[in-house]
Design a protein around this ligand. Structure first.
Ligand SMILES: [Fe+2]
Length: 271
């Protein structure tokens, strides 16, 4: 089953895309359109819909927040069909020039990403009509993760930096200390709208992102105190009453879990 919902936040359009082989989609992802710029390209299972969006809005350039398959899944087909620049951080360009392995659940939920030659982001500012984008590298969710700030209107296209005030799981390669540093840095910029790929907050976005920072800092503090007392991952989870989202963990073959969040704190705290 495929779902496409179009949301309008002033001059910003969000296309919420969902796909499921069986039943209703469990997860959706947003691609954003502002003027003739597309931010992120959705999952490859939704390639036809995304190509239609590119055509309908006469998209002239694409900005990519990071290489994960629900954001970059249609970069290659867009490049092939329209030959327009798809700009990204140099680490995203490196990651996407060759194919890389993903888990079966990633194939199932989002679809694979095809290798593609991306374009460099114009350093500091990308200007187009009355839009002025700035790339801010914001690692932690992934090494290459970046956000795009539209400075004239105060819109932050935040990829997977926010997701929610409180989060319940990490992928195995996420780094909490980098996420905390990235959010602190991003909060030093001026913006009000937080266009998260999974959870848009068009008003008071800065407050929502600050709440996420507070949550991560508290989590870090609580886990590291118990680690200092010699408790292992399991005992820390029990002490803090942290529960696994069992279904998510099962579907994702353990690659996504609360335990990964705890482990990330312990690893960072040791170093
Ligand atoms: Fe991601």
């Amino acid at each position: 089953m495929k779902t496409i919902k179009k949301h309008k936040f002033g001059n910003v359009y969000a296309y919420e895309l969902g796909y499921s082989a069986v039943g209703r989609p469990l997860m959706t992802v947003n691609c954003y359109v502002v003027g003739d710029i597309l931010i992120d390209t959705g999952q490859s299972h939704m390639s036809r819909a995304v190509l239609d969006i590119v055509k309908a809005h006469k998209i002239s350039a694409v900005l990519l927040t990071h290489h994960h398959e629900d954001h970059s899944g249609n970069a290659a087909v867009i490049k092939k069909a329209f030959d327009i620049p798809i700009q990204a951080h140099s680490l995203t360009i490196d990651k996407m020039k060759d194919s890389y392995k993903i888990f079966p659940y990633q194939h199932w939920v989002w679809g694979a990403t095809t290798p593609v030659r991306l374009d460099s982001f114009i350093p500091d500012f990308y200007e187009h009509e009355n839009l002025k984008f700035q790339l801010i590298h914001a690692p932690g969710h992934s090494k290459d993760h970046s956000v795009f700030l539209e400075v004239n209107h105060g819109w932050l296209f935040s990829g997977d930096l926010y997701l929610g005030d409180r989060i319940k799981y990490f992928r195995a390669d996420e780094k909490i200390e980098e996420q905390i540093a990235s959010i602190r840095n991003v909060l030093s910029y001026e913006f009000d709208s937080l266009y998260c790929s999974h959870n848009p907050r068009p008003i008071n976005g800065k407050r929502y992102l600050a709440a996420k920072l507070q949550f991560l800092e508290d989590f870090y503090g609580n886990v590291s105190i118990l680690a200092d007392h010699g408790l292992d991952e399991k005992k820390i989870m029990r002490q803090l009453q942290l529960k696994e989202q069992r279904m998510i963990k099962l579907i994702c073959f353990g690659n996504v879990s609360m335990r990964n969040m705890v482990r990330s704190v312990i690893t960072a705290h040791k170093n």
